[in-house]
Ligand binder design. Structure first.
Ligand SMILES: NC(=O)c1ccc[n+]([C@@H]2O[C@H](COP(=O)([O-])OP(=O)(O)OC[C@H]3O[C@@H](n4cnc5c(N)ncnc54)[C@H](O)[C@@H]3O)[C@@H](O)[C@H]2O)c1
Length: 385
């Protein structure tokens, strides 16, 4: 076996701590050695806090610093996770790529396409292994659906999530000290999160890409939250409707909301091919399709068209994506991860395109144009807050 990969994590908040737990498991299996942890806030780097989330981690003996740049330049690392809020990047991805450090970057890689393109170029020029935090591609239900639709003509996917605004979790970034929301719920704030399609919708959108390919165009309209209804900086829209056009001809329909005083979530996820429908539910993946003689002599009973494909997810997806990334680095085989940084660019561009479309009154935004056309230069540009 090759020597353990020297690995670091920048951003030890909600997601970084989950990654740290997966990496600690991989360390105990001999695959990695966690050598450095970086975070802007010292309180997120104390051994007590780290051990609260990752029991047994020998935090005292790991390099811990608030100077993330020094950590990148110290020649300590083979690979690095970056799990910081998407609006606070300050060149960490580019610097790490230029230092030859393999990269795991959390989604959304940036809220700004110019910045993400710069990251992508640096990663490509450096020839390092990369992946983005689309761990849902490693969910066993999602793998089963991927295999099931591989030989089918998918025509539509429909995803609905109505999650109460109060369901947002309190994050670990001390946003109140850096001009963000006073209650640390930065996902509810547009400038920090990019809105719900970018922050959360990117996951189902990326699954659609995993199942049936790239997005070509986007049309979206949002229902904005008026100033009088904004509390604690939670200024994301009330509700979102976004249509994503895929290169294979399918359309993805996404409806999301974040409303107050609901305290009950509702979700629904369906994938339709030309002769059937697959329903994704927490407990089961089920296809609805008649596969007998056609046309049937009598209308088939409901049970005859119902085909259970898979039960609940059985994978620890955060561990699986970590193991795939580590193996890809060790074997220098980018194809071992399901989403490289370059692959993830289409997912990022699609959700940013939804915001652009809404801003333009629901105009159809072609992804190829959004990436390079002068017309969209203002929408690609980084806004420094
Ligand atoms: N893949 C997933 O399912 C998933 C789930 C949750 C979050 N995320 C993503 O992970 C990223 C982090 O989100 P989170 O939920 O962990 O947020 P968080 O606020 O809980 O944690 C972010 C961490 O980064 C640190 N940090 C903030 N600014 C920093 C800076 N400039 N330099 C260094 N460290 C800094 C904070 O102190 C905190 O410890 C986001 O991009 C988010 O969208 C992904």
């Amino acid at each position: 076996m090759s020597s353990p990969l020297r690995i670091g994590v920048i951003g030890l908040g909600q997601r970084g701590l989950q990654h740290l737990a997966a990496l600690w498991q991989l360390q105990q299996e001999g695959a990695v050695e966690i050598v450095a942890l970086g975070d802007a806030f010292p309180a997120n780097l104390t051994p007590e806090k780290l051990n609260q989330y990752v029991p047994g981690l020998p935090a005292e003996s790991i390099e811990r610093t608030t100077n993330t740049q020094s950590l990148i330049n110290a020649d300590l690392l083979d690979a690095l996770y970056i799990a910081i809020p998407p609006n606070v990047h300050k060149g960490e991805v580019v610097a790490a790529a230029q230092a030859g450090i393999h990269l795991f970057v959390e989604k959304p890689m940036s809220l700004f396409l110019d910045e993400a393109l710069e990251m992508e170029n640096a990663i490509r020029d450096a020839g390092i292994i990369s992946t983005v935090g689309f761990q849902q591609r490693y969910d066993s239900q999602h793998e089963a659906l991927h295999d099931f639709v591989a030989d089918k003509q998918v025509v539509m996917a429909c995803y609905t999530l109505h999650a109460p605004i109060e369901a947002h979790s309190v994050k670990h970034t001390f946003t109140e000290t850096v001009g963000g929301p006073g209650n640390r719920v930065w996902t509810a704030n547009r400038a920090w999160s990019g809105g719900t399609v970018v922050e959360a919708g990117i996951h189902p959108l990326d699954l659609w890409r995993y199942w049936f390919g790239d997005v070509e165009w986007v049309q979206a309209q949002y229902i904005q939250r008026p100033p009088a209804e904004i509390f604690d900086g939670a200024d994301n829209p009330y509700a979102y409707s976004a249509n994503f056009g895929f290169a294979n001809g399918a359309v993805g329909v996404m409806t999301l909301s974040r409303l107050r005083r609901v305290f009950a979530s509702h979700g629904d996820h369906q994938v339709l091919w030309n002769e059937g429908r697959v329903a994704l539910e927490r407990e089961a993946l089920t296809a609805y399709h008649y596969d007998g003689d056609y046309p049937p002599a009598q209308r088939p009973e409901a049970e005859a068209v119902r085909h259970p494909l898979h039960g609940p997810n059985t994978n620890n997806t955060t561990y699986e994506i970590a193991a795939a990334f580590v193996r890809a680095v060790q074997e220098n085989r980018q194809e071992l991860v399901r989403s490289s940084f370059t692959d993830a660019m289409n997912s990022l561009a699609a959700v940013i395109a939804a915001n652009v479309s809404d801003e333009l009154g629901g105009a159809r935004v072609e992804i190829a144009e959004l990436m390079i056309s002068e017309k969209y230069a203002p929408q690609r540009k980084k806004i420094v807050g």
